[in-house]
Design a protein around this ligand. Structure first.
Ligand code: HEC
Ligand code: HEC
Ligand code: HEC
Ligand code: HEC
Length: 169
């Protein structure tokens, strides 16, 4: 065998040995137990703190709103899409049974124009369905900077919820 090949082989052998050692050292503990991933990842994920309670759990105390919402255009939206994560809010009031909620547990109310704009502002990247009044599976877009912006006499800026009920727009 030519000498240069022998040298190459030894270089490769060193690299392969290094690779095997490093693999042993760096491999996460539970890797491979259940296939080609870390088995502990499941456990770690179940241990993560929960933030969202789900709309069903809001029904216990806000049944009227849930019912209103189910009759309108916003029926597909979950409560926490607009009000933010509500698990602590729901658990606390359920446990302490009071209407006196600490400030930190009062949920956000999206009363500003920009809150509704998140979904309704015209966006070139979204499909426009101005002429399609039948298909309600896509969001109707308006120009938030223009659509009923203010009272023309008083120049007071309207909020969206001055005209639209957010739970039944
Ligand atoms: C165990 C009862 C209970 C549950 C469950 C519950 N809430 Fe409440 N919620 C209350 C009470 C009590 C108040 C304070 C009184 C009020 O303003 O109606 C309140 C107030 C609110 C407010 C108004 C805050 C404000 O500034 O006026 C919002 C928004 C709200 N809840 C949303 C939710 C959402 C969303 C859920 C589900 C994730 C939920 N709640 C689950 C009892 C509950
Ligand atoms: C499109 C966004 C949106 C969704 C979805 C939504 N809300 Fe609201 N919610 C609002 C806004 C905006 C207000 C403030 C209304 C106001 O101040 O007049 C509000 C107010 C409230 C309040 C305070 C009392 C009231 O009637 O003003 C409660 C309680 C509440 N929402 C609960 C819920 C629950 C429960 C759900 C799910 C069934 C829900 N919301 C879904 C936007 C939303
Ligand atoms: C998370 C996304 C989202 C947010 C935030 C949101 N909406 Fe909607 N909205 C929808 C969807 C989805 C529909 C149903 C499809 C449709 O009709 O455009 C809808 C429908 C509507 C409609 C009926 C449109 C029609 O078909 O005539 C009005 C009005 C409306 N929303 C007003 C509001 C207002 C006011 C706010 C702010 C308080 C708001 N929306 C916040 C998603 C959203
Ligand atoms: C002064 C009252 C008023 C205010 C304020 C207002 N709207 Fe409207 N909105 C209406 C009326 C009336 C209609 C139905 C006629 C039309 O399409 O203009 C409408 C229609 C809509 C539609 C359906 C458009 C479509 O294509 O069918 C959406 C979505 C909407 N509004 C969202 C909003 C949002 C978001 C805001 C706040 C940025 C807002 N509106 C503020 C009165 C208002």
């Amino acid at each position: 065998m030519p000498q240069q090949i022998k040298r190459l082989i030894s270089v490769f052998a060193i690299f392969i040995a290094l690779f095997l050692i490093m693999r042993q050292v760096l491999k996460p503990e539970s890797f491979g137990e259940l296939g080609h991933y870390r088995a502990k990842a499941i456990q770690e994920n179940t241990m993560k703190e929960l933030h969202y309670a789900g709309s069903d759990s809001c029904a216990k105390c806000h049944e009227d709103i849930l019912k209103d919402k189910s009759l309108g255009f916003h029926k597909q939206l979950k409560c926490e899409v607009c009000h933010g994560p509500g698990l602590k809010h729901a658990l606390f009031i359920d446990k302490v049974n009071t209407a006196q909620i600490p400030d930190s547990l009062v949920l956000y109310k999206p009363i500003q124009r920009k809150d509704c704009a998140i979904c309704h502002q015209i966006n070139a990247a979204r499909i426009k369905i101005q002429f399609d009044t039948i298909n309600t599976s896509m969001i109707h877009q308006i120009n938030v900077l223009d659509h009923n912006l203010m009272d023309l006499d008083t120049k007071v800026e309207y909020k969206c919820i001055d005209c639209h009920n957010p739970h039944q727009p």
